[in-house]
Ligand binder design. Structure first.
Ligand code: GDD
Ligand code: MG
Length: 315
């Protein structure tokens, strides 16, 4: 078997997540106690991928101090920084320069939490003799996504990025496998959208683009409510109501539920009721406060008795 490599697209601005992304790029926001990107890196490693290039741009300098060369995560990690964001296609072409080996490359959108079987996607790609294989899922409303049309053999016949009246509910779920020769057809050093330019071009020139449908857990964390949901779902999946990180102090009369994360050295005072929240490192929640589905920034102090729903504190 050839080596399996990956590129992680983590250079977007994360505009829809403001104010959370004012100082932190979306992929470095904490989800279930670690930067979101870490969940994807572990997923890639567990599928047998040996090297991954992070394609960064916005706040690029914040990734390397945390992930380093990947030793701590059991995978080789390199960085390809775009001084000016190159779009998803330009980022792929740029990051591919840093890859070694010759095998197929998995390319991930940096904001998707998914339970899909990546190993099975690689096997499917090889079995079909595909040039590109797109992981697809089904949603109720495809307007915010790339709607993908397939023929009976599973071959992609049309790719419609963010369309008002999508012809199908099958969408691009943000994880592709590309053969190297196909990556080298993407213009280098130019702004290119893989969704709006590369995929339509490949289809027009008869490339073998296939769709791999997997309808397991899937979530784009690009909005605050989705980010919270991702964190809650991961915590609840451990069978616990909350996750308390190192050094946190929680009063025995506080109630913490709904997949809440209590940050490192955070303090929760008596009778506080916290459900479905992300409480930042070192934050303090005053006595009797009742928070539901809220983000509390690092070090922020929420006064006693505050009642709040769906809110941000300290961003
Ligand atoms: N390096 C780099 N450079 N990364 C980028 C750039 C860039 O210029 N632009 C976007 N990205 C990264 C983002 O950080 C994100 O991880 C990923 O590419 C996708 O960008 P989004 O901005 O999140 O796109 P989207 O959610 O609107 O749509 C995309 O994802 C959907 C699934 O969630 C498309 O791929 C859709 O077709 C797809 O359905
Ligand atoms: Mg997105």
């Amino acid at each position: 078997m050839q080596n399996r490599s990956a590129i992680l697209l983590v250079g977007g601005r994360g505009t829809r997540l403001a104010p959370l992304t004012n100082n932190t790029p979306k992929p470095m926001l904490q989800v279930a106690g670690v930067p979101f990107t870490e969940h994807q890196i572990i997923k890639a490693r567990d599928a047998g991928i040996s090297e991954i290039v992070l394609a960064t741009s916005f706040k690029a300098e914040l990734f390397e101090p945390y992930f380093g060369d990947g030793t701590d995560f059991g995978i080789s990690i390199k960085y390809a920084v775009e001084e000016v964001a190159l779009g998803t296609g330009g980022a792929i072409s740029n990051a591919a320069q840093a890859l070694s080996g010759t095998g197929p490359v998995a390319i991930f959108n940096g904001d998707v939490l998914s339970g899909h079987d990546l190993g099975a996607q690689f096997d499917f790609h090889e079995a079909k003799g595909a040039d590109v294989t797109l992981f697809l899922t089904e949603v109720e409303d495809a307007r915010a996504f790339g709607a993908v049309e397939l023929d009976e053999s599973g071959r992609v016949s049309a790719f419609n990025e963010k369309m008002e009246n999508p012809p199908t509910n099958i969408i691009n779920a943000g994880c592709y496998i590309f053969n190297r020769e196909i990556i080298s057809t993407i213009p280098f050093g130019k702004v290119v959208s893989v969704e709006r330019e590369t995929f339509p071009n490949l289809l027009a020139t008869g490339a073998r683009v296939f769709g791999f449908i997997d309808t397991s857990y899937w979530l784009d964390i690009g909005t605050p409510s989705a980010l919270l949901k991702a964190s809650r779902d991961l915590v609840l999946a451990t069978g616990k109501e909350f996750m308390a990180l190192e050094g946190s102090k929680i009063s025995s009369s506080a109630s913490i539920t709904g997949g809440t994360v209590i940050g490192r050295s955070a303090q929760i005072a008596a009778d506080a009721q916290i459900s479905g929240c992300v409480i930042g490192d070192g934050a303090v929640i005053g006595a009797g406060a009742r928070l539901t589905d809220c983000f509390v920034a690092e070090g922020f102090e929420v006064p006693t008795q505050v009642i709040s729903f769906d809110n941000y504190f300290g961003f």
